[in-house]
Write a protein that binds this ligand. Structure first.
Ligand code: NAP
Ligand code: G4F
Length: 323
C-alpha cells in the first residue's frame, strides 16, 4: 500500500486528490494547520478514511515530523495562500506560505527521505502578462501579483532541488480549475452562489469587478488526476494542465444565469471595477496542455458548460437545504 501526504487537504484540490488516492488504495495523510475552529467541510465525507497530521508550512520541524509519521512515498504540496487579491494585502505572508513554504517542504524531504516523489502546485498566474498564446511549459513567466511571484519562486526551487539533489520533484502548471468546493471569494463560486440565491429570491444582485478578464477554466476533479499521473512517470518533469479554451467572466455570468432560466442577467449584475480592481491584472490566460496529453495521457473530461451547470446546481441544492 502506497502512502501519500497532502498539504492543503482541506482546500478544494486537496479534497479531490484525497478522494482519488483513496480510490487507488493509498494510505492518505493530510497536513492541517491548527485553527481554533477546524475547517474540514471539504473532507467531511472522507474524514474517517484519512489521517490528519498537525503542521504548518511556516514550521520546518512540523513538516519533517509529518513526513516521518506518514512514511510518505509521495508528497503533494497544495497548501498556499491561494487568493491572488489577498496577496497585495499580505505580500510577506504570501511569500512565507507560497514561496518559502515550498523550500521548507523540499528540505524536509531531502533530510528525512530523498526518495519521496514530490508534486508542487504551480500556477498559470506565473504567466501573468502573457508573452505568448497559448501558454506552454516554455513560455516566459511575467507574474503580476505577489502571489504570482511567490509561485515562480516555488516553481524554480522545485526545479532546483531536482537538479541539485536529484529529487523526483515535479511542478504542475495548472490553469484555473473550479468546482462546487471552490472558496466563495473566487469569482466563479461567487457567481454561482449569488445566481442560486437570486433565483431563490434570497439575494437581489451580484457585485463584481471587471467582466472582461478571460480564464481557461477546468474542473478540479479532472486536474487532480494529472497531479497523480506526474508522479507515476519514469522521470520527473513539469507540465501545463489546461482545457485549451478560455472564457470571459461575463460569459461565465451569462451561462450561470441561463442555468436557472434567467436570460436578462444584466439587471442583476453590478460591475464595480474600482472596488475589485487589482494593482496589476492578468487579462488573458489560455493553456496548451499538449505535452501532458502526449506524455501523461491526460485529457480534460468536463466541458465549460458542464462545469458551470455543476457549480450552479450544487449551490442551488445547498441554498434550498438551508432553513
Ligand atoms: P485552496 O482551496 O485555497 O486551499 C489551500 C489549502 O492550503 C487549504 O487547505 C489551507 O488550509 C492550506 N494552507 C494555507 N496556508 C497553510 C499553511 N501555512 N500551512 C498549512 N496549510 C496551509 O486552494 P486550491 O484551489 O485547492 O489550490 C491548491 C493549490 O494549487 C494552491 O497551492 C494554489 O495556489 C494552487 N493552484 C490553484 C489553482 C486553482 O485554480 N484552484 C490553479 C493553479 C494553482 P486551511 O483550510 O487551514 O485554510
Ligand atoms: O477567481 P479569481 O480570484 O482567480 P485568479 O485571480 O485567476 O486566481 C486563481 O487562479 C490562479 C490560476 O491562474 C490560481 F493560481 C489562484 O490560486 C486562483 O485559484 O479571479 C479571476 C478573474 C480575475 O481577473 C479577477 O480580477 O476574475 C476577475 N474578477 C472580476 N470580479 C473577480 C471579481 N475576481 C474575484 N475574486 N471577485 C470578483 O468580484
Amino acid at each position: 500500500m502506497k502512502s501519500a501526504l497532502i498539504t492543503g487537504i482541506t482546500g478544494q484540490d486537496g479534497s479531490y486528490l484525497a478522494e482519488l488516492l483513496l480510490s487507488k488504495n493509498y494510505k492518505v495523510y493530510g497536513l492541517v494547520r491548527r485553527l481554533s475552529t477546524p475547517n474540514t467541510g471539504n473532507i467531511r465525507h472522507i474524514y474517517d478514511k484519512v489521517e490528519l497530521i498537525s503542521g504548518d508550512l511556516l514550521d520546518q520541524g512540523s513538516l519533517q515530523d509529518a513526513i516521518r509519521i506518514s512514511e510518505a512515498d509521495e508528497v503533494y504540496n497544495l497548501a498556499a495562500q491561494s487568493f491572488v487579491k489577498a496577496s497585495w494585502e499580505q505580500p510577506v505572508l504570501t511569500g512565507e506560505f507560497t514561496a518559502l513554504g515550498v523550500t521548507r517542504m523540499l528540505e524536509a524531504i531531502r533530510i528525512v527521505n530523498p526518495k519521496i516523489r514530490f508534486y508542487q502546485a504551480s500556477s498559470s498566474e506565473m504567466f501573468g502578462k502573457v508573452t505568448e498564446t497559448p501558454q506552454k511549459e516554455t513560455t516566459r513567466f511575467h507574474p503580476r501579483s505577489p502571489y504570482g511571484v511567490a509561485k515562480v519562486y516555488g516553481h524554480y526551487i522545485t526545479l532546483n532541488y531536482r537538479e541539485s539533489y536529484n529529487l523526483f520533484a515535479c511542478s504542475g502548471i495548472l490553469f484555473n480549475h473550479e468546482s462546487p468546493r471552490r472558496g466563495i471569494e473566487f469569482v466563479t463560486r461567487k457567481i454561482t452562489h449569488a445566481v442560486a440565491r437570486i433565483s431563490l429570491g434570497k439575494q437581489k444582485n451580484l457585485e463584481l469587478g471587471s467582466l472582461e478578464p478571460k480564464r481557461d477554466w477546468g474542473f478540479a476533479g479532472d486536474y487532480v488526476e494529472a497531479m497523480w499521473l506526474m508522479l507515476q512517470q519514469e522521470k520527473p518533469d513539469d507540465y501545463v494542465i489546461a482545457t485549451g479554451e478560455n472564457h470571459s467572466v461575463k460569459e461565465f455570468v451569462e451561462l450561470a444565469f441561463k442555468t436557472v432560466g434567467i436570460d436578462d442577467w444584466e439587471k442583476y449584475v453590478v460591475s464595480n471595477k474600482s472596488k475589485y480592481m487589482r494593482p496589476a491584472e492578468v487579462d488573458y490566460l489560455i493553456g496548451d496542455a499538449s505535452k501532458a496529453e502526449k506524455v501523461l495521457g491526460w485529457k480534460k473530461k468536463t466541458s465549460f458548460k458542464q462545469l458551470v451547470e455543476m457549480m450552479v446546481r450544487a449551490d442551488l441544492e445547498r441554498e434550498k437545504s438551508k432553513k
